[in-house]
Ligand binder design. Structure first.
Ligand SMILES: Cc1cc2nc3c(=O)[nH]c(=O)nc-3n(C[C@H](O)[C@H](O)[C@H](O)COP(=O)(O)O)c2cc1C
Length: 253
């Protein structure tokens, strides 16, 4: 069965609670799920000033680990309308995976927490999407797959970009029943998509004569093309050895 990593950052547990409900939805579809958090970049003194409780008992993800999953659901608490710098630090370390196309063809979705209803859940999604585009990861929006998203009779976090909760400025509001149900639906739908894709891949892999016909994603070539003719690679006036050395010095770790 496909494997999905739920990767989150959560200072006050709202995103973590949503993550656990997204997990339920995924598992209901038979998906193998692993929960991870991104590394903290703030020091303990700052965290104390922010009244942050101890971190959830969840392992910290490493860059290389990303290769193992078929899909990712990223839990993003909003910071000034975008996702937190802890996530950026982690994703900025994925240059090596980008240059080898290691994540190309995988799937990703997003879910959120903001202090207020208008604090930027959608802008958080849209500013995260650039990472998926550059990696060739397929971004899976949520749509309005759960009817609670149409409910204007009470505060309901989330949007077409994923489940969400509204935490209040002091973190006092906890994810509501409706928000948790939306999170479960997101997990279910993401799981269904991955199961369908996985089954299709397996079917393609088995032909009548048994020859492997699995469709492989064409991986990117990090060498930029020349002006005008995209089929030609840029001519670099240096020896292959120098090219290799300079490649090693670029941001592709
Ligand atoms: C530095 C900082 C910036 C924040 N920026 C926003 C923001 O732009 N919009 C918003 O609604 N909430 C903002 N918040 C509130 C967080 O989004 C909120 O604490 C978080 O969603 C709670 O999730 P958690 O319990 O999983 O940490 C900010 C919080 C911090 C610490």
């Amino acid at each position: 069965m496909p494997k999905v990593f739920i990767i989150f950052y959560s200072l006050y547990y709202h995103v973590y609670t949503l993550a656990q409900h997204v997990q339920k939805g995924l598992e209901s579809q038979g998906i193998e799920v692993e929960l991870y958090q991104v590394p903290e970049t703030l020091d303990d003194a700052i965290l104390e000033k922010m009244h942050a409780p101890a971190k959830p008992d969840v392992p910290v993800i490493t860059v290389d680990k990303l290769k193992e999953a078929d899909g990712f659901l990223f839990g993003l608490p909003t910071r000034f309308g975008i996702f937190p710098s802890q996530f950026k630090s982690f994703l900025d370390a994925t240059g090596g995976l980008w240059s080898s196309g290691a994540l190309a063809g995988k799937f990703a979705g997003t879910f959120f927490s903001t202090a207020s209803q208008h604090g930027g859940q959608e802008t958080t999604a849209l500013t995260a999407v650039t990472y998926f585009a550059h990696h060739g990861i397929n971004y899976v929006p949520f749509g309005f797959a759960n009817a609670h998203l149409f409910d204007n009779s009470e505060v309901v976090g989330g949007s077409a970009y994923g489940a969400g909760t509204v935490a209040n400025g002091d973190g006092s509001r906890q994810p509501s029943q409706k928000e948790l149900e939306i999170a479960v639906t997101q997990g279910e739908n993401f799981g269904k998509l991955l199961v369908t894709f996985h089954r299709g891949q397996s079917k393609l892999a088995s032909t009548e004569n048994g020859a492997a016909k699995k469709q492989e994603i064409v991986k990117p070539d990090a060498t930029p093309a020349t002006n005008g003719d995209a089929s030609k690679k840029r001519e670099v006036k240096s020896t292959p050895k120098k090219q290799e050395e300079s490649k090693n010095k670029c941001f592709c770790m």
